[in-house]
Design a protein around this ligand. Sequence first.
Ligand code: AMP
Length: 400
Amino acid sequence: MVRSIRDLDITNKKVFIRCDFNVPLDEFSNITDDRRVRSAIPTIKYCMDHNCAVILASHLGRPKGVYEEKYSLAPVQKRLQRLLDRDVVLASDVTGKDALEKASNLSNGEVLLLENLRFDKSETKNDEQFAKALADMADIYINDAFGVCHRAHASVEAITHFFDASTSAAGFLLQKEVEFSKNLLRRPTRPFVAVVGGSKVSGKLQALINLLPRVDKLVIGGGMAFTFLKAQGLDVGNSLVEDELIDEASKVMSEAKKLGVKIYLPVDVVIAQTCSQDATIKFVTVQEIPKGWMGLDIGPATSRLFREALADAQTILWNGPMGVFELEKFSKGSLKMSHVIAEAHATTVVGGGDTADVVARAGDADEMTFISTGGGASLELIEGKELPGVKPLNTESSEE
Ligand code: AMP
């Protein structure tokens, strides 16, 4: 188990919260989706309710270790002020004169936001000195940035060296993310079905291997399905295939057979000669993909088959779209999958940024039990990895 902010005595203390405010911005620096800012609010409010002085820190985008206006957290400061209904002070640097001065003068009940952590190249290098400068600003360290927990960065990993079990813990968002994923894999209500899609087998192979002994059924769609279909001897035309992983795909299928796990692959697909919105499309069975054509979405028969496979599921984990959902023409399979999962009488957990986008586009977000906010981090949890940002916050008894 991960230590919770509730386990710490934070009253009247100075609290440093590592948040994930890596929000999408348009060309005018307007936040186009503020979910990440909103999901940090419960932890911030909890600290406000305990009369803390709150220091918030995050990265935004990929600046090259120096100040760049387009990556400033100023838009986040404004959104935070609105959501919290109070002033939030923005420091003009990270561990420079302005930040240190503002942090040391911060009174209880006030909120300070440091500038983009990645304006200092020490952040991504997990630099101890930089981490110490951040740590020295506060009495308590809280990590609520699930999306970066798979990275050993200074504000996520090295900073924990300067706090102990009574002064560091996970915020509410991080706690929920970690416990949901761990419980899901450890104690799923059965039948447990994993639906996996997306572009490549290579990106999800480790997750598939870790899921196999835990699930009852594995539904595979998206681009990665074609490597499996080719491994079964089918000619898949120009569809996305990783030839070097055909043997691995065969191994996954034979291992599944041994374990009694049923694997469901597409039986029909939407094909086109180019991956574009104005391409001519055809619906064919997977046995009949012509030369020069590629599968870009699952077909209607596959949607029905997958719906049947999910009908008795008590737990569903979904990671990866069923087709090139970014193009409307190839989005139907993913949208239908979202509806099927949303309507299931099951615990439904959605992981990965693309899959969360599909669910939002389908209007199903409120129907899912849990939507993970971190793409890479949620995949690494499914792969069974211990995240560098979470490990130092585990309770003694939970070391595995
Ligand atoms: P991933 O990041 O591995 O989860 O993959 C997500 C991407 O997979 C999305 O951008 C989809 O467009 C892409 N994708 C899904 N199905 C296919 C397909 N049949 N062919 C090519 N790309 C696909």
